[in-house]
Design a protein around this ligand. Sequence first.
Ligand code: X2X
Length: 345
Amino acid sequence: MKLRRTLVGLVAAAAALGALSVAATAAEAYKTEYRMSLVLGPPTPWGTAGKVWSDLVKERTQGRINIKLYPGVSLIQGDQTREFSALRQGVIDMAVGSTINWSPQVKELNLFSLPFLMPDYAAIDALTQGEVGKKIFQTLDKSGVVPLAWGENGYREVTNSKRAIKSPEDLKGMKIRVVGSPIFSDMFTAMGANPTQMSWADAQPALSSGAVDGQENPLFLFTILKMQNVGQKFVTTWGYMADPLVFVVNKEIWNSWTAADQAIVRQAAIDSGKQEITLARKGLVEADKPLLKDIAAMGVTVTQLSPVEREAFVKVTRPVYDKWKNTVGVDLVKAAERDIAARKK
Ligand code: X2X
């Protein structure tokens, strides 16, 4: 009897110890610092998104969650198309990433790269803030990361050192740096250019040395980097595609946090994303588009395509759209087309 009581006591004590050590592990599971990956750092809108997210999280968790920013995708040596795999593997704890860079692993993300799918900002919002956005978040979740909020890199306008681009003929033979996502090579080949895939880290020296004639990126990057100084004298606003950004956390990291901290991290991502989208559109949503004026004032020729001129680009890239529609998923593309047609302008 006495022995039995002792045994029961021992079991209870062991259970209590076990519970304690589980609690201790949960607390210890918080890292002293989390690693956030970004391609573009501050002061770009993208980099600001990462900074605001990390600042809000630190403040609202009273320092329980500390995040360090790694711009230039430095955790993966600048190789931005590896970012999604690295996130899944835990080499990266969290990221604000472009749909373009993750699209080699998550084929649905090529939706946003379909040429001329999204004619205006209302069309982007119709996708990211609607059912399509929810579906894509489900896909990302199944692919092994926790998606929290949307941001925006922006409409990618083409710039070059040779001539004003008004028609696909003007692009003939031009060496254009494109991101390492195959749909971009297809599009630029269809337009008659000579696309070269490279990371953003490699693109900058290639532009400086003249190894490539041009590139495409949101225009805030043009002014921040003063691209006219690396020979980029011509800008054409064609609005052929825009890449949203997605705020995500690695699954294991997410699961190591308390529900209250998860809610804080999620809300901070949503708040930062909203602010960042406004920042990314600044100078481009106002009627007189001050950002284009700033660029022209730097001695750059800014060409805004007329609807007819734009149509020629739509036409030559249509076979690429049709081909990639199957890769993205016909149902998802149809849903996107429907939501864009029904958007509030
Ligand atoms: O590489 C680019 O062009 C950039 C910075 O826009 C992306 O990461 C998609």
